[in-house]
Design a binder for this molecule. Structure first.
Ligand code: ADP
Ligand code: NA
Length: 352
């Protein structure tokens, strides 16, 4: 069997919420804990991606730290997985440039995430730099998928766990690797850049507590719409109590007509799959509960499953900054060791 290299990244945009945890981070930990001894795992805090939109320096520094503490809190271990800040490995930007010279504008322009931005109106004022003005869109945002391809290809990644929304970018990275190899190393026995395979995470979409038609997101202005992995039991209870449900009696699982109730059932089920065979079965078991009791059950389940994570988060946030910094540096060094090897091969193949 091939030696696996698993890579994934998350933006430093504050403490993760339960959607991030259930949709991505918990899967990362599972991959780590089930990995063969010769599997390499890299999990990157992708700060270079974060700056494709305007960032405040102090805020970004804080968010980077919170994400590093969070990755360790959820169970990623720096003695097993390589945890690092993307910007601490300069080869990401270097490979990105080289790949940019091979990436077609037409293909990039067809990416749905970019196309959704193009639907924005043009501002009347050339000085309007708000993100809702189409003319103010930045080159970095357009070329974001090229950086993402570089992130992955730099480490000879074989497997990338991502959500459905990233599948198109992954296909772009794959095709870029194949065409790059064809251009620069057509005769090579082993591929110069390894075309990666996607591991689609099992769909675990957590919806906003205030508006279950939208996914739980950190960009939601309403802070009660999401539960953070650092929230105390009181905060969890306060947010769940105010979650939008309905006034229908009893509990049923019906995502279309009872999105709020179904979201709470999903949340309980995702947090602790031992509670039933499926969200539908769980809802049946809970059919006699009042809304208040359903919410309390959600509070208890979330608290039970997040308590350790929260305590570890607090522990890492309390460490002297130098200790957390050392940890990130160690990961950055290990990542660089691999990245340097790839860049050497790439440069040689290109005559540089
Ligand atoms: P946000 O929408 O809060 O900005 P990101 O887009 O940064 O989150 O996503 C980080 C990771 O978390 C991605 O893998 C994404 O698929 C996952 N994720 C984000 N929100 C949710 C959610 N509500 N339910 C499930 N997974 C989610
Ligand atoms: Na997002």
């Amino acid at each position: 069997p091939e030696r696996k290299v698993i890579f994934s990244g998350i933006q430093p945009t504050g403490v993760p919420h339960l959607g991030n945890y259930l949709g991505a981070l918990r899967q990362w930990v599972k991959l780590q804990d089930e990995a063969a001894p010769d599997t390499t795992l890299l999990y990157s805090i992708v700060d270079l991606h974060a700056i494709t939109v305007k960032q405040d320096a102090k805020q970004l520094a804080q968010w980077r730290k919170e994400m590093l503490a969070s990755l360790q809190a959820v169970g990623l271990r720096s003695d097993r997985s390589i945890l690092f800040y993307q910007s601490s490995v300069p080869q990401h930007a270097e490979l990105m440039w080289i790949l940019s010279c091979n990436a077609s504008m037409g293909y990039l322009g067809r990416m749905t995430q970019w196309k959704s931005k193009l639907a924005l109106p043009d501002s009347a004022s050339p000085l309007d730099s708000s993100p809702s003005n189409k003319s103010a869109l930045k080159l970095g945002l357009f070329s974001y998928p090229v950086l993402q391809a570089a992130d992955i290809l730099l480490y000879n990644t074989t497997h990338v766990p991502v959500g459905e929304d990233q599948a198109q970018h992954l296909e772009f990275a794959r095709e870029l690797a194949i065409s790059f190899n064809h251009t620069h190393a057509p005769q090579a026995e082993a591929p110069l850049l390894v075309p990666p395979t996607t591991i689609l995470s099992p769909a675990k979409r957590v919806m906003s507590l205030s508006n279950p038609a939208k996914k739980m997101s950190k960009s939601d202005a309403d802070v009660k719409s999401r539960i953070l992995i650092s929230d105390s039991k009181e905060e969890i209870r306060r947010k769940l109590r105010s979650a939008l449900t309905d006034s229908i009696e009893g509990i049923t699982y019906d995502r279309e007509n009872r999105p709020g109730v179904s979201n709470l059932v999903n949340l309980i089920y995702y947090m602790d799959e031992s509670v039933g065979a499926s969200p539908e079965m769980l809802a049946q078991d809970m059919q006699g509960l009042s809304m208040k009791a359903l919410k309390e059950k959600a509070v208890e389940t979330v608290e039970d499953r997040i308590r350790d994570v929260r305590e570890r988060y607090e522990y890492y946030m309390r460490l002297p900054p130098s200790e957390l910094g050392e940890l990130a540096e160690g990961g950055g060094q290990r990542a660089q060791d691999i990245a340097k090897g790839t860049m050497k091969r790439v440069r040689t193949a290109m005559g540089m």
